[in-house]
Each structure stands twice: as C-alpha cells, then as structure tokens.
Design a protein around this ligand. Structure first.
Ligand SMILES: NS(=O)(=O)c1ccc(C(=O)NCc2cccc(O)c2)cc1
Ligand SMILES: [Zn+2]
Length: 250
C-alpha cells in the first residue's frame, strides 16, 4: 500500500467517511430501491482540466439539463463534474474495494441537490447534498468512449492546465448493468464533508493498458516545477462504523 502524503488519514468525529470496503455478503438487498435514472445532455460539457489532484470534466450545472433521479435518491441531482482515481500500477488505484479487492481505477460522477440547495457550495455541507456515482475500471478491452478523454490528456499534463471540451456524454462510461450498492459517506478529499450518497455500480467498465498508462503520464506539478507523476491519488479505506451498505440486487 503506497503512503498517502496528500491528506489526513482521519477526520475528527467523522462517522460516515469514504471510501470503504464493500463486503458483498454483508450488503443488504433493499427491494424498495428504485432503478437509477440517468439523463445527461452532452452539450452541457464545458472543459477538461488538471486540478493538481486528478483530471476532471466539468459541466454547466446552471439548469436541470444533466441530471440523475431515482435509485436511493429523494430528489433529482445535477451533474457538476466527473474525475478519476488511479494507481501507479494495476494492482491498486480504486478508492472503494469489493471484498477487499482493488481495481486499477475508479470514476466518480459528482452531482448535487439543486432542488433543496441554491448552490453546490451549500449542498457540499449537507447530509443529502451530493450524490456520487462510482464506476470501477478494470484492465481489459479498449474503451472507445474513454479514448476521447485520453486523447485530451497530453494537453493538460500540468496542474491548472485546461482545455475546452465541447460535447461529451458521460453515460458512455456507465455500465449497462443496473445493479449498484449504496451507502451514506463523504467526499474523499478535503474538506471530507459527510454529504455524499454513494451509488457504486457493481459492474466495472473495461479499459486497456495504454488508456490506464495515459492517466499515469499526468503530473501533480505545475509547468516548470520538478515533475511528480500523478498516480496513487486515492484515499485510504475508512471504517464502516455504524453503516449498512444496501444493494439494489439480490
Ligand atoms: N472524490 S469525491 O467524489 O468524493 C469528491 C467530489 C467532489 C469534490 C469537490 O467538489 N471538491 C471541491 C469543493 C469541495 C467543497 C466546497 C467547494 O466549494 C469545492 C471532492 C471530492
Ligand atoms: Zn473522487
């Protein structure tokens, strides 16, 4: 397990921190969980940038144009951005694990509750403020939809680099299988606020070695600084404490 110089191991008084290990046999099937409904408008895509921790694709969230609803959610939530976490090698890289197994990478699609809260900044501070869909990436076939992102990475190699990204439909990165686990958690980077309803897809998507290597050529550092490869940008597993992971499937 690589060291994690980037952020605190524990948050004082935290009772619902993320990520966690999902022990399949301890998850509880909930027949009242609805299917998750995803409707993204590809033209709400704005830009792709390197924020010095991951690379993210941001969306115009000024209206209800790219939203998710259903699943464990009481309201509909607006897509704000998606980003990834990955390792230096294929043995680890995901934030969540399933039966203590790491995947080489994990996608997070970040949504906020614009029905109840006026801004993302306020939603981030509330228990039902955010909904993040987690998708595991596993080594396998070439992923056509991901390749569009991979082709843009050389242009955002350094921290704070940004390029325009006009049209992209992130639903191409979400597996067709509807099965998911869900639990109450937190942001996995500071401010680590306990505001996230996590929806973790059971089925991974397949990407090939070249695509994972492209993630690893990004840098944590700005242009002109001593180069530090952007790898192992995942938080250590956090205690489950008094939480149950529910599954949408039996
Ligand atoms: N890895 S994660 O999906 O848990 C995650 C998602 C979003 C964010 C995020 O938006 N951070 C920026 C932020 C946080 C709080 C208030 C802000 O204004 C911005 C951080 C981690
Ligand atoms: Zn994340």
């Amino acid at each position: 397990m690589p060291k994690h110089p980037l952020f605190p191991l524990t948050i004082p008084g935290g009772t619902r921190q993320s990520p966690i290990n999902i022990q399949w046999r301890d998850s509880v099937y909930d027949p009242f969980l609805k299917p998750l409904k995803i409707s993204y408008d590809p033209t709400t895509c704005l830009h792709i940038w390197n924020n010095g921790y991951s690379f993210l694709v941001e969306f115009d969230d000024s209206a209800d144009r790219s939203i998710i609803v259903g699943g464990p959610l009481e309201n509909q939530y607006r897509l704000k951005q998606f980003h990834f976490h990955w390792g230096a090698i294929n043995e680890w890289g995901s934030e969540h694990t399933v039966d203590s197994k790491f995947y080489p990478a994990e996608l997070h699609l970040v949504h906020w509750n614009a029905v109840v809260y006026p801004t993302f900044e306020e939603a981030v501070m509330e228990g039902n403020g955010l909904a993040v869909i987690g998708v595991f990436l596993k080594l396998g076939a070439h992923h056509e939809g991901l390749q569009m992102l991979v082709d843009a990475l050389p242009a955002i190699k350094h921290k704070d680099a940004v390029i325009e990204f006009d049209v992209f439909d992130p639903s191409c990165l979400i597996p067709s299988c509807p099965d998911y686990w869900t639990y109450a958690g937190s942001l996995t980077t500071p401010p680590l606020t306990e505001s996230v309803t996590w929806i973790i897809k059971k089925q991974p998507i397949e990407v090939d070695e070249n695509q994972l290597e492209a993630f690893r050529m990004l840098l944590f550092t700005s242009d002109g600084e001593e180069e530090k490869r952007m790898v192992d940008n995942f938080r250590p597993l956090q205690p489950l404490m008094n939480r149950t992971v529910r599954s949408s499937f039996q």
